[in-house]
Design a protein around this ligand. Structure first.
Ligand SMILES: [Zn+2]
Length: 119
């Protein structure tokens, strides 16, 4: 008996981890049920712990909940970061505000163009 294997080419796009996109490519912000799904997924991945440097340095970071956390883009969207989980982390709301302010300040120093409100 002869097995006929269909020799269809598998059109699987390579799963590249795009953490940086070329300038000019706009990543839509996560919102709605997609955002809520991602929050639930990543809070589990991050062990209900704030991932910011200060909380981690403290040894025993205060636990976060879905009500007290926000998703942070490690590489800002304005700088070409994506919504891939590898580019997202869970932070306390207040830690997120502090980290974002620092990122904006750095971006402004780095060139100005990337600094825009709401990042
Ligand atoms: Zn923190």
């Amino acid at each position: 008996m002869k097995l006929l294997r269909p020799s269809l080419p598998t059109l699987r796009s390579p799963l590249r981890r795009l953490e940086h996109l070329p300038p000019g490519v706009v990543v839509p912000r996560l919102r709605g049920s997609k955002l809520q799904q991602m929050r639930r997924r990543l809070i589990v991945r991050d062990g209900y712990r704030c991932q910011c440097d200060m909380c981690e340095a403290g040894g025993a970071p205060r636990p976060i909940t879905l009500a007290t956390m926000e998703l942070d883009h490690i590489v800002q969207v304005a700088d070409g970061g994506t919504n891939d989980p590898s580019n997202l982390r869970c932070l306390h709301i207040e830690c997120h505000a502090r980290v974002s302010a620092a990122q904006r300040a750095r971006s402004a120093l780095a060139g100005g163009e990337a600094a825009r409100p709401g990042g």
